[in-house]
Design a protein around this ligand. Structure first.
Ligand code: ATP
Length: 135
């Protein structure tokens, strides 16, 4: 089985490094599936899950935006934040979700703080989904 090297990197350091058979994630333009030998590509990512298929297993990483860069032998994901499913603190994500929902109720939809709360809610929901490996 052919593989491609994948690195997920954040400003705090590397989060994931492995040879995988397929990378699936959500770019701002839609779902992306990357196999070894994919043509070079740079795409902005949504707040989403990165699924990394290898040897019958799939690793899940939650990312909050950033960029995906595909080169012939290497896929690099540069994300603002990234957590492996097993490193996600579920209680913390639940608290962040509640806080964000509360803020959205207090703000008008066009307000900057509403948009900020909406993004915080998306990050929390994404982390909860990835922690359950449901994406
Ligand atoms: P919170 O309000 O709980 O900090 P947040 O969405 O505002 O959530 P971020 O700014 O996206 O947090 O992330 C700050 C740092 O905390 C990053 O290093 C991120 O990986 C980590 N982080 C945030 N939430 C969690 C979580 N639920 N489990 C593990 N790490 C987390």
């Amino acid at each position: 089985m052919k593989t491609v090297k994948v690195s997920v990197v954040t400003p705090d350091g590397p989060v994931y490094d492995s040879e995988v058979e397929m990378v699936s994630t959500k770019a701002k333009s839609g779902e992306l599936g990357i196999l070894p030998g994919h043509i070079p590509l740079v795409a902005p990512l949504a707040i989403s899950a990165v699924r990394l298929k290898k040897g019958g297993n799939t690793d899940f990483v939650a990312v909050s935006g950033g960029f995906l860069e595909v080169r012939p032998d290497q896929v690099t994901i540069l994300a603002q934040t990234a957590e492996l499913a097993s490193d996600i603190d579920v209680e913390r994500a639940l608290r962040a979700k509640e806080r964000a929902e509360q803020r959205m109720q207090e703000q008008r939809a066009e307000h900057t703080d509403f948009r900020r709360a909406e993004l915080a809610l998306q990050r929390a929901i994404n982390r909860l989904a990835v922690s359950e490996k449901k994406l």
